[in-house]
Design a binder for this molecule. Sequence first.
Ligand SMILES: [Zn+2]
Length: 206
Amino acid sequence: MSDHQKRSLCTLCQRPLVRCLCNLATLIHNRVELLILQHPLEVNNAKNSVGLLSLSLKNSHLKIGERFTNTALQTWLHASDKTPLLLYPETPEEKSLGLNSPAPLPDLRVYSPDQLRLVVLDGTWRKSRKMLYENSVLQGLPRLSLMEVPPSIYTIRKAHSENQLSTLEASCYALRQLEQAQVDYAPLLSAFAQFVAQQQAFIPKD
Ligand SMILES: [Zn+2]
């Protein structure tokens, strides 16, 4: 491959051609919409899982930033009158820091999946926490936590704790939970396993 090819970007996934993800992308018609808020430091991280996630999920939106304006956030969160839920654990330290309290989780049985919007923060544990702290609108959202967390297949990045998942995995499991398994995420999770294997071939573990 020439230097020129190495530098060129794929027009579909916007990654360098050598790391194009298009062959791995697998179209999933998720019913609960996914809003991904990505920390800027993740954008050029080759090991980030969001590229594959947003290429694959038909109903997903990706916004990049650490601190967003309230107006922008409110627009993205409530577009099409959907109810937003934040995939983030409630931590005791939030109260002592004076953050907004999360709204209680509504009774999800009264919502159909297409009335819901799942919001995920993509960044290291520290950076995603920073995003929460910097955006009071996000602090006030009802929190969703995962009921069942299978072990991560994401072995290419250091995790904060053993059960910390990649954004792709956490999103798939949360969507599956909200959609009550009406959509099959197995093809995407196996594509992700291939992605992890490819990345391992490229770069040493950090
Ligand atoms: Zn591509």
